[in-house]
Design a protein around this ligand. Structure first.
Ligand code: IDP
Ligand code: MG
Length: 138
């Protein structure tokens, strides 16, 4: 058994489109556990730490601006191999090529903006998950 935790963020586009319940439903239907949940409007400082690896990239400023455009729902999710499993549920970063059946593939699309508004975030490794969960849940 390798029960682990991941950070899922429902980005402002997902909240604004009233898809929070749909994403939580998919996570629960897969069999993962919702451990904690909060809605917040993240400060710049939190987003800068969260997206540290992307600082300096062309989409960084638009990304941070987008993430401050409305409320975000942060979810602590647990399960065996949940880090990899939620990335699989979310689909590829680019919603145009994300596989049908995934959150981004089914419900996202490219709007021709400087940043991909792709509905959800999921930690990309156990190390990232530990770091990100500490940032969003303390
Ligand atoms: P991920 O969310 O699939 O892990 P990352 O590479 O970590 O993707 O990028 C973080 C976020 O930055 C993405 O979810 C997306 O919103 C945005 N992003 C990443 N790469 C690009 C890009 O090439 N163009 C526009 N936006 C991007
Ligand atoms: Mg990422």
């Amino acid at each position: 058994m390798n029960v682990e935790e991941t950070l899922v963020l429902i980005k402002p586009d997902g909240v604004a489109r009233n898809l929070t319940g749909e994403f939580l439903r998919r996570i629960e239907a897969k069999g993962y556990q919702l451990v904690d949940i909060r809605m917040l409007e993240p400060e710049l400082e939190l987003l800068a730490a969260h997206y540290e690896e992307h600082q300096g990239k062309p989409f960084y400023e638009p990304l941070v601006e987008f993430m401050q455009s409305g409320p975000v729902v942060a979810v602590r999710v647990a399960g065996n191999r949940v880090v990899e499993g939620f990335r699989s549920l979310a689909g590829a970063t680019d919603p145009t090529t994300a596989a049908p059946g995934t959150i981004r593939g089914d419900l996202g699309r490219d709007r021709g903006l400087a940043v991909q508004q792709n509905l959800v975030h999921g930690s990309d490794s156990a190390e990232s998950a530990a770091r990100e969960l500490a940032l969003w849940f303390g």
